[in-house]
Design a protein around this ligand. Sequence first.
Ligand code: SF4
Ligand code: SF4
Length: 323
Amino acid sequence: MRASQCSIEDRIRDYAAGIGLDACGFAVAGPVSDAAVAAYDRWIESGANGCMEWAARYREVRNDPRLLLEGAQSIVMVAMNYYPAVRQRPDVPQFAMYAYGRDYHEVVRERLHRLAQFIKDECPGAECRCCVDTAPLRERYWAQQAGLGFVGRNNQLIVPGRGSHFFLGAVITTARLTPDAPCTLSCGDCMACENACPASALTGGIAADCRRCLSCLTIEHRGPLPQWVGVALGNRVYGCDECQRVCPHNSNATPCTAPEFQPSPEFLALTTERILAMDQTDFSRLFSHSAIKRTKLAGLQRNAESLAPSSISPDPSPRGRGA
Ligand code: SF4
Ligand code: SF4
């Protein structure tokens, strides 16, 4: 078929694939469903957003992405695989896999800007706004609406057949694009992530409890960690992959090929002693283009100090320690 005979949606999809975006779908820009708003409100009102105070702000915008771009008609959702081809040795402090390479904000944003320019070229007069985890946009909700996958019990977007190791990004646009069918799959009876969570953060029935989630605590929390965390932490020094590791949808995860997400030899060689000996210059050199800068040097060293020598093991620590 000649390019001119392809639909605009197929041309955008092809372009997205050509710049290394692994999935692309379309949704109508409009209000978030009442059920999704109510679920989010329950999560905030229960206090489960914990130290992520920003999650309670801009609720009106979060519930209607048209407030992010005047005249918005469509949301183009994309997903980019980050599952690493090379993993850390299990006997060194573990970083969540999404943080192995370059900061996804930089990598995905650069691709989104190219995609937005393509949309503008194809749809003269269209305006676009790119979002990658920085605007108050419910990316996982919109990814499901755009047919990319479904939101699992572990709060990750699960791409059928490919798993959950994906970064999400959005181009909100005034171009009117034909939407895809929302994904209607679900976790069914599976409880693997809830049962495996070392901090019992998935048991409340209202998404993850950030007051307990090791990912939130090791990255977002400032100040000393609650005492119980040291036991639950095992050898995780930044983030936690446990609820993705046990997910059956990740059994067929394919390593990503994006060079930006490949870990450096220096990163792979990090030990607890090396982290504790870092100064700010060293930290900035290693992590200024990494998501790890989020926790700052003080946070990373606090986490490293919390690793019990006896817990250096690939296995998760016991569950359910009281806060
Ligand atoms: S990231 Fe870790 S601590 Fe947080 S919900 Fe998942 S398994 Fe639990
Ligand atoms: S482990 Fe099971 S319950 Fe959890 S997200 Fe995966 S499929 Fe859903």
